[in-house]
Design a protein around this ligand. Structure first.
Ligand code: FAS
Ligand code: PHB
Length: 395
């Protein structure tokens, strides 16, 4: 595919944020280019999120990217919390006036967006390593990138950094105007993909003295599971049997529920971090998704926040080009950060309530148990969790 040397909006990163932004801009008749450093196969296979909020589903539908999601996505009306061999179900529709979530893997969202964008002729360059974004404080910022052994430039009206936590676009925001708020957690997640039918129709979030565990799924035959492990854990130290035995111990509950086992096909350790970079805009450069903020995956917010950011930004760019007004562009950072900080707090709440910090005191453990008891016995506490989990409308 020929990549032009100039465009209206240069998008750095071809993950969900960059790919969806490109699709929304194309729908508004705004030319853009996506520059992705990895190859297509790598981006499509990268195991990540699994839960889509209703607002995310609505946006994907609005731009014609929900065909397979509507066929294969699994609507979920609740989650189960487990602790102290007890269980409590959070009823999303009952507590939020009908809202629910869908299980549909990020890998599938990315595959759908790439196929649709390429079919519509949106320039998506794979193997394009962005080296720098220059002139952020000018009217014609330039993206410098390497492709096929040579160096190219892309001159833009605007550049949007959708290049994730380790991206380069954020560096074009001078340190003098940039503030990063961060918390690194004293544990990580060992995530596994197993050829085992889900052991429950819904997700199970389990608190245990041995550490947190999460039961999720990808289909009727594939389970997605996570367990809290020390930072620096090597996945190779965890045999299939050790993983299943540990999950069994952490999901233990009264009654005859049984964890269904099967061959584990993927194992990876991912660190847990909360991080927000403010502002999410500097001059002609905008940040969206993980390039601007990171949440621990306990609240299933990362992908959904990325979708919300680019939906707000696409509307702002549409107003700019259709009506010549920069009003929404000027409001982008503040309006996104309100949603971001709400999701940061919820993700921190779910993580600190459900995980067992190796250095925590017995007093802190009792506080966690008390919080879980409160959720189980108070419809207001359950509703607060449900509202945050299903997420607010976008805009
Ligand atoms: P992404 O990181 O997905 O995409 C950024 C893209 O930019 C990548 O494709 C990268 O290759 C590219 N890029 C980077 N630097 C570049 C450069 N210099 N030039 C060109 N391209 C460049 N969220 C959940 O809600 N639930 C989960 O269970 C969950 N699990 C996760 C597991 C892991 C291991 C990680 C890292 C994240 C997880 N997340 C989860 C969060 C995740 O889903 C992100 O929120 C989501 O990928 C955000 O999408 P993007 O902002 O597009 O960033
Ligand atoms: C997943 O299915 O990958 C998943 C679901 C919920 C989470 C985190 C990950 O909170």
């Amino acid at each position: 595919m020929r990549i032009p040397s100039s465009t209206r909006v240069g998008i750095v990163g071809g993950g969900p944020a960059g790919l969806l932004l490109a699709r929304l801009l194309r729908g508004a008749g705004i030319d853009c280019v996506v520059l992705e450093s990895r190859d297509r196969t790598y981006v499509e296979q990268r195991q990540r999120a699994g839960i889509l909020e209703q607002a995310t589903v609505d946006v994907l539908r609005s731009c014609g990217a929900a065909g397979r999601l509507d066929q294969e996505g699994m609507a979920h009306d609740g989650i189960e919390l487990r602790w102290d061999r007890r269980t409590h179900r959070i009823d999303f529709p009952g507590l939020t006036g009908g809202r629910r979530v869908r299980v549909y893997a990020q890998t599938e969202v990315v595959k759908d967006l790439i196929a649709l964008n390429l079919a519509d002729g949106i320039p998506v360059a794979f193997g394009a390593q962005v080296l720098a974004v220059e002139g952020a404080d000018t009217e014609r910022p330039v993206v410098r990138y390497g492709l096929d052994g040579g160096e190219q430039t892309l001159t833009c009206d605007y550049v949007v950094g959708c290049d994730g936590f380790h991206g380069v676009t954020g560096r074009s925001v001078p340190e003098s105007v940039r503030t990063t708020y961060e918390r690194v957690y004293p544990y990580s997640w060992l995530g596994v993909l197993a050829e085992a039918p889900p052991s429950c129709d819904e997700l199970i979030y389990a608190h245990s003295p041995r550490g947190f565990a999460l039961h999720s799924m990808r289909s009727a035959t594939v389970s997605r599971l996570y367990l809290q492990v020390p930072n620096g854990t090597d996945p190779a130290d965890w045999s299939d049997e050790r993983i299943w035995d540990e999950l069994d111990a952490r999901f233990a509950v009264e009654g005859d529920w049984k964890l269904r086992r099967g061959p584990i096909t993927q194992k990876a350790v991912l660190p847990m971090r909360s991080s927000v970079t403010e502002p999410m805009r500097y001059g002609a450069v905008f940040l969206a998704g993980d390039a601007a903020h990171i949440v621990p995956p306990t609240g299933a917010k990362g992908l959904n926040l990325a979708v919300a950011d680019v939906t707000v930004l696409a509307a702002a760019l549409t107003e700019r080009y259709a009506h010549g007004s920069a009003r929404l562009l000027d409001a982008y950072s503040d309006s996104c950060l309100r949603r971001v900080w709400r999701a940061e707090h919820f993700s921190y709440f779910m993580t600190s309530t459900l995980h067992t910090d190796p250095d925590q005191s017995d007093f802190e453990t009792r506080l966690q148990i008390s919080q879980l008891d409160r959720i189980a016995t108070s419809p207001h506490a359950s509703a607060e969790l449900a509202e945050n989990y299903v997420g607010p409308p976008i805009g």
